[in-house]
Design a binder for this molecule. Structure first.
Ligand SMILES: NC(=O)c1ccc[n+]([C@@H]2O[C@H](COP(=O)([O-])OP(=O)(O)OC[C@H]3O[C@@H](n4cnc5c(N)ncnc54)[C@H](OP(=O)(O)O)[C@@H]3O)[C@@H](O)[C@H]2O)c1
Length: 331
C-alpha cells in the first residue's frame, strides 16, 4: 500500500539546531548501522523507517560501510526511498560517512581526498541520491594531513554533493582545528558525531564536548543505549535475539559483563523513579543542550517506537544527577 506519512508527525517531535547552523535536527536520529544489511528483513527495515518518520524523526544516519556487506545498508536505504520516501526527500536529513575500511587497496580507507571523493560518489549511487545533507569524515586520520581531509570536505560541499560537512570520532584538538580551518574556507561544518552515553563519557574528558560548545558545533550522540546494554537486557545473561548473540563483531559478552554492576545500580535509580533504564539513559543525554540529536538504533519497530516515546520523559533532580555521576564517573 502506498505510504502516506502521518500528518501530525511534526507535532510529536522536538527539533534542535545543529550547533549554530541553520539546520534543525530531530532530537532523535535513526541509525542504520545494524539490521540493514543484505540478509536483513526488508519489510522490517521499511517499517522502522516509516515508524521513525511518522513520529517526526527526520534525520537518518548511514555510512559507506554499514551492512554487512559494506554498502548494503545504503543500497537498502535507496530501496526504502524508492518504496516510500522519494516524495519526502526535502523533509529528510540524510547523512553518510567515509573514513573506515571500505574497499581494498590504499584508496579505500582513512582520510585522503582520493578516498572521500570517490566514496561519496559511490554512496550517492547506492542510495540513488543527488546529494546527502551531511557528509562526515568518519574518524581521525593520523597520517593524512588534516588540511587535505578538510579541503576535500569543503570541495564536496561546494560541488553540491553534500549540503553540510561533519566529523565523527574527532577529539577536542582535532575538532578545534577542523572548525577553525573550515571557517576560513566558508564551509558549513556543523557537527561532531561521537559515542556518548551513561557508559561512555569520554567526550567530556577529551575536550570534544567543550570544543563543540566553543566552536558552535552540535553533538550527535551515537550508541546512546551502549548498543543495548542500557536497556538492562543483559543483566541476567545474553538473550538469544540480542546484538551480542546475533552479531558479535562490535559488542562482546565481556562488554556487558564488565558493566553489569553499574547497569544494575542505574536500573535501580530508574525503578525508584518509576521509569525504565532506557528512558533514563536517553533523557540524560537529551537534558544537555550541547547535544543536538541522540542517534539510536533498533532491531524492530517496537523498540524504536518505545525509545522515541521514552526519550526526554524523565526529569532529573540534582540528587539523582549526582548519584548517576558517582556510578558513571569511571566511564
Ligand atoms: N560514527 C560512528 O563511528 C558510529 C559508530 C556506531 C554507531 N553509529 C551510529 O549510531 C547509530 C546507533 O548506534 P547503536 O545501534 O549502537 O545505538 P543504541 O541505540 O545504543 O543501540 C541500539 C540497539 O540496542 C538494542 N535495543 C534498543 N532498544 C531496545 C529495547 N527497547 N529493548 C531491547 N533492546 C533494545 C537493539 O539491539 P538488539 O535488539 O540487537 O540487542 C538495538 O539495535 C548507528 O546505527 C549508527 O548510525 C555511529
Amino acid at each position: 500500500m502506498e505510504y502516506k506519512a502521518d500528518e501530525h508527525r511534526y507535532e510529536k517531535m522536538e527539533y534542535r539546531r545543529a550547533g549554530k547552523s541553520g539546520l534543525l535536527l530531530s532530537k532523535l536520529s535513526f541509525g542504520l548501522w545494524h539490521n540493514f544489511g543484505k540478509n536483513g528483513d526488508f519489510e522490517n527495515m521499511r517499517e522502522m523507517c516509516r515508524a521513525a518518520f511518522d513520529r517526526g524523526v527526520t534525520s537518518f544516519d548511514l555510512a559507506n560501510n554499514y551492512g554487512p556487506p559494506y554498502g548494503s545498508a545504503e543500497e537498502n536505504y535507496g530501496r526504502i526511498l524508492d518504496a516510500d520516501f522519494r516524495p519526502y526527500r526535502d523533509e529528510l536529513v540524510i547523512a553518510t560517512k567515509a573514513g573506515y575500511d571500505m574497499w581494498p587497496g590504499p584508496y579505500g580507507n582513512w582520510g585522503s581526498r582520493k578516498y572521500l571523493t570517490a566514496s561519496l560518489d559511490q554512496s550517492l549511487r547506492r542510495m540513488k541520491l543527488e546529494y546527502v545533507d551531511i557528509f562526515y569524515h568518519h574518524r581521525m586520520d593520523p597520517e593524512t594531513p588534516l588540511e587535505e581531509t578538510l579541503e576535500a570536505l569543503a570541495d564536496i560541499v561546494r560541488s553540491g554533493k553534500a549540503l553540510y560537512a561533519g566529523v565523527s570520532n574527532y577529539n577536542g584538538d582535532y575538532t578545534v582545528k577542523a572548525a577553525k580551518y573550515l571557517r576560513k574556507l566558508h564551509c558549513p561544518f556543523i557537527v561532531n558525531q561521537r559515542r556518548y552515553s551513561l557508559l561512555d563519557r569520554k567526550i567530556e574528558r577529551d575536550g570534544a564536548k567543550d570544543a563543540c560548545r566553543e566552536q558552535g558545533l552540535g553533538i550527535v550522540a551515537f550508541s546512546p543505549l551502549a548498543q543495548g546494554i542500557l536497556t538492562g537486557k543483559y543483566i541476567d545473561g545474553i538473550p538469544g535475539d540480542s546484538r551480542i548473540a546475533k552479531d558479535g563483531r562490535y559488542l562482546h559478552p565481556m562488554d556487558a559483563e564488565s558493566r553489569r554492576e553499574s547497569v544494575t545500580r542505574l536500573k535501580k535509580i530508574a525503578d525508584d523513579m518509576g521509569t525504565t533504564l532506557s528512558a533514563l539513559a536517553l533523557s540524560w543525554l537529551l537534558r544537555d543542550p550541547a547535544v543536538s540529536s541522540v542517534l539510536i538504533g533498533a532491531s524492530n519497530p517496537a523498540q524504536l517506537i518505545g525509545n522515541i516515546e521514552d526519550a526526554g520523559s524523565v526529569e532529573f533532580t540534582d540528587d539523582v544527577l549526582e548519584e548517576i555521576d558517582r556510578i558513571t564517573a569511571e566511564y
